[in-house]
Design a protein around this ligand. Sequence first.
Ligand code: M6P
Ligand code: ZN
Length: 190
Amino acid sequence: MASGNWPQGVRIDPVTGALAPETGHYTKRLSELRHIFHDAPALERAVAQQADPVVYDVAEYRQPDSDLYFGTTTIFPGTVGDEYYMTRGHFHERPDAAEIYSALHGTGVLLLESRTGENKIVEMTPGVTAFIPPEWAHRTMNVGRDNFVFLWACSPTAGHDYSQILKKGMRQLLLQRDGRPELVPNPNWS
Ligand code: M6P
Ligand code: ZN
């Protein structure tokens, strides 16, 4: 049921990802992303030497009694060893829950992996919108020198299932090789 100021327009700053108004916000620092990056010593060095930098920031806008919510994710530029700053990556808990990602600023890569092990990558630059099908894990990396900002929208009951990626990782890693992103098989995937 609409109430108060809702329905309303939400202003998005494409460079910072800030939403006005927003209904929620969180930040992930490097120390909260242990086991996500493959080079554990490089991660510990960066946590110590760079005062535990913020890797990404998520702002959201949700309203009650609705089957849709949206937000922005801002991944800051950076690497941990040879791996680009990235999100944890997740499947949705609900097997019919899809999502869209739409690039607003910077240069990113969306890495997709199905339950049966197929992989896809989508280069995310402003103007590109990706459809993430149900039952495909999704993780995004910032492969540029500026903030990578994208808009996302999905069901608030989609749920985040991190268990498989935390346990096994994803089958492919996107590494910086000669200054450029290259997809390589994850040697630690099990
Ligand atoms: C996107 C959305 C969010 C997600 C965020 C960070 O913005 O899919 O639902 O939380 O990315 O990704 P993750 O939770 O995998 O770290
Ligand atoms: Zn998702």
